[in-house]
Design a protein around this ligand. Structure first.
Ligand SMILES: Cc1cc2nc3c(=O)[nH]c(=O)nc-3n(C[C@H](O)[C@H](O)[C@H](O)COP(=O)(O)O)c2cc1C
Length: 179
């Protein structure tokens, strides 16, 4: 029988929620990256890794890059969880461009990529994350209105709020890909 595992890294719980929904749909175990020993990757046929997006990078993606020798003959799935709406092809293209800087061509070809939308609760952000978002806002406010991307406008319009776009239905394509 195909053995599947889900591993995730989540700072504010959005990726964790998706990881748990996917685990429920696939009836497979789910681990936080920090509690998962990479040598145990060898036990599984399908590895699903999920991480939140921070300044373009995927949290904990080194689990994949640093352990590729254990993964290259397996089915590997990566899901990202960000604020940007994955239904917008422009956002997907940005995420994939950033991923291609950390994943080799082989990894990009082999890994099944999925993008899910999380959220943000400004009142829960760490000091550093608050400062980063405040800097980003200041930078965006200096830009000419016509140069703003859709996601920039979303950040400006909703700055300081509590947003939650997590949607259980959106895991369906990933679950079907693995089954
Ligand atoms: C400092 C900071 C930077 C972020 N950068 C991005 C980004 O580049 N792209 C994006 O889509 N979302 C970005 N986000 C939003 C997070 O990806 C979003 O909050 C996600 O749901 C977090 O998932 P987690 O709680 O599982 O870590 C950022 C959030 C913070 C606080």
């Amino acid at each position: 029988m195909n053995k599947t595992v889900i591993i995730y890294e989540s700072k504010y719980g959005f990726t964790k929620r998706y990881a748990e929904w996917i685990a429920e749909a696939l009836s497979c175990p789910v681990f936080e990256r920090k509690k998962f020993c990479p040598k145990n990757l060898a036990q599984y046929d399908t590895i699903i890794y999920g991480g939140g997006i921070y300044a373009g990078g995927v949290s904990g993606i080194r689990l994949i890059t640093e352990n590729w020798s254990l993964l290259s003959d397996k089915q590997v799935v990566l899901f990202t969880c960000g604020l940007a709406n994955p239904e917008d092809p422009y956002n997907i293209s940005n995420i994939r461009k950033a991923l291609s800087k950390v994943l080799s061509d082989d990894m990009m070809r082999q890994i099944g990529l999925f993008h899910l939308q999380g959220g943000i609760d400004y009142s829960r952000l760490s000091f550093i994350h608050k400062a980063m978002m405040s800097m980003l806002r200041k930078m965006l406010l200096k830009k000419d209105e016509s140069a703003l991307e859709k996601e920039d406008r979303l950040i400006l319009k909703t700055y300081g709020q509590n947003l939650d776009f997590a949607d259980k239905e959106s895991i369906r394509p990933l679950v079907e890909y693995v089954l």
